[in-house]
Design a protein around this ligand. Structure first.
Ligand code: ANZ
Length: 769
């Protein structure tokens, strides 16, 4: 028996498991029922050039433990894998180095796959898909065309968020505090023809559907905030003392505050602005102010603490009080929300108050006005999803234009609508696909002279918001997935994804699911029944790991020193899965030592000739039953750290006296956590022919879980005088006999005589003397 040297055998098992195909092609399993299925999903990984991070190891291991556990209790587990492989990093790298994205992406996928296999993740590699593969993006294009047919994909001239550095438009969701989510550059507004998906058609369903999901509460709340439904009133304030006809209409959630209105504010982009400016004495100032604001995005205005504004020298009349109210223009009112105009109530509203204080406007106390003055109105913050990107490394939008410029869908037989390869990657502000000769020639050949392709590609969130559907039938060339397969596996039973995805990906996925349900492809309303977010693994200095701080831990280094099992055990032992946790080198060694003790224990067993004859000790068997139950329950409750603690406690307590049968059960419950070592012991030391990972979870005897001994309080004349230890099943007369044999109690009696004894089973014994 060798020393515990995981490096000697771990890689061998990676290969053997692959050759034996023990986890492969699970999507083809038969007799899958809603009760027996278990679809486990980890966030679609972007294969970055820098490889796997210790922060990936934690959620991957957690899901792998679930997969191994559920398989062994007889569930039909589906645990697929694939790559979110289009996107900006590969393209930006290509701009710098000239290496085509297809090459860097392929290399990165190779690195990632190798590392994921190396840590023992029991993915079904038979499902592997990559969004940049024509066999995948053909169906992304198909999905676009289904939306197009239903009028849910449309093109319009719209002010868009433009990142001057990435040279592309961004979705609202990709603008964070006025900056590009990716590169941090200030985002500006630009008017451009862009493609949108009409997600707003589903806004009420997207709110409704959240109710039945087992998701973190905060995530649901953030989705609700993003959709931003609010109920209020539209109120008309007629213009007075000007040639402007009509009213200034505002949206308010507080019509009851109308008596406190002291000024009105309209956004710089409001349609009234040019009309107001034309007749105003302040015309020049208004023009200057509007020009200054033209580059701000709505997001920027929302966070802009420094409210600025200009007076229009125009007035409206308060429909309730009849007062004359001045109209201002300010960047704190958003053009894209409500009517783009508000009634300001500085007495009650903080933003209005700040503005009033800055410009010395009246602040008027007010009561609660009860009569309805406007029309009831519901407003939403959610906007349609802008999906076109002026970038190369994405799925081409499957649209062609006739010589008159009218859009037509690419014909089904021309899908996949291939991404041309003869392009330069330099961002010019225009789509790089314009530079491809092959692309335009292809269109003319297939559609006719003068026809042109759509040059934009799709946002990569389109690719990554339906991948869990493709997994169910990943090699189907006739359909995006067979209805039977979708029925069999959907919805995803458990999804583990980082907390950064609470809005974009999850909202888009829910939208696609509802759309495809309406099209008759899916029979579920929601894609992900249960979801949790993993916490962040921090550096040993308790700060976020980053190259610049020099606190990054590389999983490969940990593995080469301690092995993959110790890395897995350690990351699971760190603490609750959803908490942020700092890295701690000493605890890796702790887990390594624990594994070594288990290894050595089986090494001793190997030498013993009486392996099978060692008697099971009842107390140990009982403790094992308890541990088996606890580890199973903890895995289901995602409490991996306490499951490991229970196994360590068990092993430390009983390893000297463990029988062979019990030792095998212990090895099995350890196997989801430490799949390599347990397999090596199971097959090489204990000489089993098939994998430990195909063994069933040990049975436990419910009866043995019950406590056999309890401490019983004893009263003398109604007063507790002490306790006795009894067996749960002991007869009443034996319990009484035991009590009066005890000097603590017999000292209250004469010759152990008493009048009466009242025994409440398992609770108390009262002796009346
Ligand atoms: C008067 C008032 C008094 C308001 C008060 C609030 C509090 P939700 O929908 O909850 O975000 N508002 C309306 N349109 C706006 C726009 N385009 N840009 C910025 N603010 C806008 O809030 C709706 C409230 O936000 C509306 O109700 C309006 O101010 C403001 F004590 O009207 B309220």
């Amino acid at each position: 028996m060798d020393k515990y040297q995981p490096q000697k055998f771990e890689e061998k098992w990676v290969k053997r498991w692959k050759d034996e195909k023990i986890f492969q092609d699970t999507y083809k399993q038969l007799d899958v029922t809603p009760e027996s299925k278990m679809y486990l999903l980890y966030a679609f990984a972007y294969p970055s050039g820098s490889g796997l991070h210790v922060g990936h190891v934690e959620p991957l291991t957690a899901l792998d433990i679930l997969a191994r556990y559920y398989r062994s209790i007889g569930k039909k587990v589906f645990f697929p894998v694939g790559w979110d492989a289009f996107g900006l990093p590969a393209e930006n790298y290509a701009i710098k180095t000239g290496i085509p994205p297809v090459k860097t992406t392929k290399d990165a996928i190779d690195t990632f796959s190798h590392q994921i296999k190396r840590i023992g993740v029991s993915y079904d590699w038979g499902t592997e898909v990559a969004t940049c593969h024509p066999g995948y993006y053909r169906w992304t294009q198909w999905l676009f065309l289904q939306l197009y047919k239903k009028g849910l994909a449309y093109k319009k001239l719209a002010p868009v968020n433009w990142c001057p550095s990435c040279q592309t438009v961004l979705a609202n969701e990709q603008v964070v505090e006025g900056k590009c989510e990716r590169c941090g550059t200030d985002v500006i507004q630009k008017k451009m023809e862009q493609w949108f998906f009409k997600i707003t058609d589903y806004k009420d369903q997207l709110i409704e559907g959240l109710k039945k999901l087992d998701w973190p509460k905060a995530t649901k709340q953030q989705q609700l905030n993003w959709i931003g439904k609010s109920q209020g009133e539209l109120i008309k304030f007629p213009f007075v003392d000007t040639e402007i006809e009509g009213d200034l209409e505002v949206f308010t959630t507080r019509p009851d505050t109308i008596e406190g209105v002291t000024f009105m504010v309209i956004s710089p982009g409001n349609a009234h602005v040019p009309i107001i400016a034309a007749q105003s004495k302040n015309k020049k100032k208004i023009q200057e102010y509007v020009d200054k604001c033209a580059n701000d995005t709505d997001e920027e205005r929302q966070i802009n603490k420094d409210k600025t504004g200009v007076f229009t020298d125009t007035y409206v009349k308060n429909p309730v009080t009849g007062e004359k109210i001045p109209v201002w223009i300010s960047n704190y009112v958003l053009s894209g929300y409500g009517t783009g105009a508000i009634m300001a109530v500085p007495f009650t509203d903080d933003r209005d108050r700040a503005f009033a204080e800055k410009y010395d406007l009246e602040i008027k106390e007010h009561g609660e006005y009860k009569k309805l003055v406007g029309k009831k109105e519901i407003q939403y913050k959610l906007r349609d999803w802008l999906i076109s990107r002026q970038r190369y490394w994405g799925a081409p939008i499957p649209i062609v234009y006739d010589p008159q410029g009218k859009a037509h869908p690419v014909k089904k037989e021309n899908l996949p609508w291939l991404l041309p390869t003869d392009v330069d990657f330099k961002p010019t502000g225009e789509s790089p696909l314009r530079l491809s000769k092959e692309f335009i020639e292809r269109v003319e050949k297939l559609y006719g002279k003068g026809w042109t392709p759509e040059y934009d590609t799709m946002d990569t969130f389109v690719d990554s918001s339906w991948y869990y559907l493709r997994y169910t039938d990943p090699r189907n060339e006739e359909e995006f997935a067979q209805i039977d397969h979708l029925k069999k596996w959907m919805p995803v039973d458990f999804y583990m994804i980082g907390p950064e995805h609470i809005v974009l990906h999850l909202l888009y996925s829910r939208f696609f699911t509802k759309f495809l349900r309406d099209e008759g492809y899916l029979s579920v309303d929601e894609p992900f029944s249960k979801m949790r977010h993993q916490g962040m693994i921090l550096g040993p200095d308790h700060r976020k790991m980053s190259k610049s701080k020099g606190n990054v831990i590389n999983p490969d280094d940990v593995m080469s020193e301690y092995g993959a099992d110790a890395l897995r055990m350690y990351e699971m032992f760190l603490g609750p899965i959803d908490a942020d946790k700092p890295w701690n080198v000493d605890s890796v060694q702790g887990q390594y030592r624990f594994l070594k003790r288990v290894w050595n224990f089986f090494g001793v067993l190997e030498k013993m000739s009486d392996l099978d004859t060692k008697e099971s000790n009842k107390e140990i068997t009982q403790l094992l039953n308890k541990t088996v139950k606890k580890v199973g329950d903890d895995i289901e409750a995602l409490k991996f750290n306490t499951a490991i603690a229970a196994m360590m406690e068990f092993f430390n307590e009983v390893s000297d006296n463990l029988s062979f049968i019990d030792a095998k059960s212990f090895l099995k419950i350890l196997s989801p956590f430490a799949p390599f070592m347990t397999e090596e012991i199971w097959r090489n030391i204990l000489k089993n022919k098939t994998s430990i990972h195909l063994e069933p979870w040990p049975d436990f005897d419910e009866n043995l879980l019950k406590q056999s001994k309890i401490t019983l309080p004893v009263q003398i004349n109604g007063k507790v005088r002490g306790t006795i230890e009894i067996e749960v099943e002991m007869k009443e007369e034996d319990i009484i006999a035991k009590a009066i044999d005890n000097v603590n109690f017999s000292k209250y009696m004469v010759e152990q005589k008493y009048k009466k004894a009242i025994y409440v089973k398992g609770k108390i014994l009262n002796i009346i003397v």
